[in-house]
Design a binder for this molecule. Sequence first.
Ligand code: NAD
Length: 260
Amino acid sequence: MPDKETVVVTGAASGIGEACALRFARDGYCVVLADVNAAGGARIADELRDEKLDAHFRQVDLSSEENVSAFAAAVIAEHGAPHALVNAGGILQNAVRVLDMEIAEFDRLFQINVRGTLLASRAFGAAMCEAGRGSIINLCSLTTFRSSAQVAYTVGKSGLRGLTESMAAEWGPRGVRVNAVAPGYTLTQAMQARIDSGQRDPDAVIERSALRRFVKPSEVADAISFLCSNDAAAITGVTLPIDCGWLVTTAYQAYASQPQ
Ligand SMILES: NC(=O)c1ccc[n+]([C@@H]2O[C@H](COP(=O)([O-])OP(=O)(O)OC[C@H]3O[C@@H](n4cnc5c(N)ncnc54)[C@H](O)[C@@H]3O)[C@@H](O)[C@H]2O)c1
């Protein structure tokens, strides 16, 4: 790795974003942890600094264009164009019927998950294009590929695949790669809380995954680390499932002769 480079991780106060911040910091990068949750993000940055790692917390609200612009400008002024941006900030949704969903809920999901990703990608992507290098990772989901009762979430995660591909095509000639990961059911604290409150059925997830288990947050971080590395220098515009084989199993299990 050349002289210390910076990785910006949104949503770094918990779950997949936290795992990415840990991974990149322990790999020797300067990591800017960003989140709307200041207490959680600052605590993780403090813990990383206790390990003598280079970590800095900045609060950002992805729902605010002004806020994201100011955040990106401050990071770029201090650290230059980052090596990578991981857009892990986002919100989940509980199951709801299309006929019952509040449009305000749809707007909120879209504002943070899609518009927030676009705002952060544009702000840092412009600096990366100018620098002629950089890598952006968006967080898609199994709902990018399959229907789901999380209607607004699904629309957003499908849209993020399109956004990933458009940015990859537009910024590739400038040396910037843009990819997405599509994690399967990942056992974050937020996912555990949804299991505990009856919003997710863990047995159904395990039975329908080829590897018969949940994904670990650190495994999503491993794949993101690969996509940001030189080992993935020829990869741009892809959406990579990290799902313990959930996508390949759900249709396969419709056949009665499936092995157990
Ligand atoms: N956990 C899973 O199973 C799973 C599966 C597929 C995709 N994902 C996606 O991965 C990403 C991270 O999810 P997670 O499971 O780690 O969830 P999480 O709730 O643990 O983390 C999301 C983080 O985003 C932050 N955030 C929320 N709104 C924000 C805002 N307006 N501005 C800035 N930060 C904000 C939260 O404070 C939180 O720290 C999300 O995009 C999610 O859709 C998660």
